[in-house]
Design a protein around this ligand. Structure first.
Ligand code: MN
Length: 258
């Protein structure tokens, strides 16, 4: 896929936080600063953690909210699929932007994130995609101005080169005001498994229930990872590859099955 002339580009904007989310408005402004041909197709309700799920057992509704603005009563993947294969099928977007997510998507978040899944779906359908997430602290205002300030430049740089097939770009903005961001760094994704900290409680009827706990494990993180860059005030840019085969293991496994 060749580099994109953004001034002539058709851009599709989506997210996983839902059509009313503040981060979607931020991403729309980023997209509109780059092109006049911006379309929004986003989920009706929040889909965070939806991953790459696809709605298969009930119908989907595409509702027009305004000019070039739609919502779908489904997942981020449903939104991209309906946009690319129906709504914009005759003139597909040149670029899909997903986000800006409320909270970072780093390390293994890649496998849970609806924000990144929307970018995955676009990538699988042959359209280049960039996922964007804004790190934030609990009970603190989200620094959307940081994503908004750097977003256009991130997109311009990312699409100025060709990308291999089956690659998407994942971007995380630090929880800092724009003026104290330390720079942009291209890094691999790190590791900080979440969800193993379960909180067990008892409901009013005496039955146990569980909460999946918060993110942990951000200490002693290697420097060349998204987690390190973003927790130290930088913007991380990570190419994600959708060929999930581990080729070294493939050969070894062949031996085990010989
Ligand atoms: Mn989300």
């Amino acid at each position: 896929m060749s580099s994109i002339d953004l001034s002539k580009a058709r851009i599709l904007v989506t997210n996983d936080d839902g059509v009313g989310a503040p981060g979607l408005a931020v991403l729309e402004r980023i997209a509109r600063s780059l092109s006049d041909d911006v379309w929004v197709v986003a989920p009706e309700v929040e889909q965070s953690g939806a991953s790459h799920s696809l709605t298969m057992h009930r119908p989907l509704r595409l509702k027009e909210l305004g000019e070039r603005r739609y919502m779908v009563d489904g997942t981020p993947t449903d939104c991209v699929l309906l946009a690319l294969n129906h709504l914009l099928a005759d003139h597909r977007p040149d670029l899909v932007l997903s986000g800006v997510n409320h909270g970072s998507n780093m390390g293994e978040d890649v496998t849970y994130s609806g924000t990144i899944a929307a970018a995955m779906e676009a990538t699988l359908l042959g359209v280049r995609a960039i996922a964007m997430s804004q790190r934030m602290e609990r009970d603190m205002p989200v620094r959307w101005d940081t994503a908004e300030r750097f977003g256009p430049e991130v997109v311009r740089r990312a699409v100025s080169m060709e990308w291999p097939r089956h690659v998407l770009v994942n971007v995380n903005y630090p929880d800092r005001p724009p003026e104290s961001v330390t720079g942009m760094q291209v890094v691999r994704h790190g590791n900080r498994k979440i969800g193993d900290e379960l909180v067990r409680r008892i409901d009013p009827r005496g039955r146990p229930y569980f909460w999946v706990g918060p993110v942990r494990g951000e200490k002693d993180v290697p420097e060349d990872t998204d987690i390190h860059v973003v927790t130290h005030g930088g913007i991380s840019v990570t190419p994600i590859y959708l060929d999930l085969t581990h080729y070294a293991c493939l050969e070894e496994l062949k031996g085990a099955f010989a």
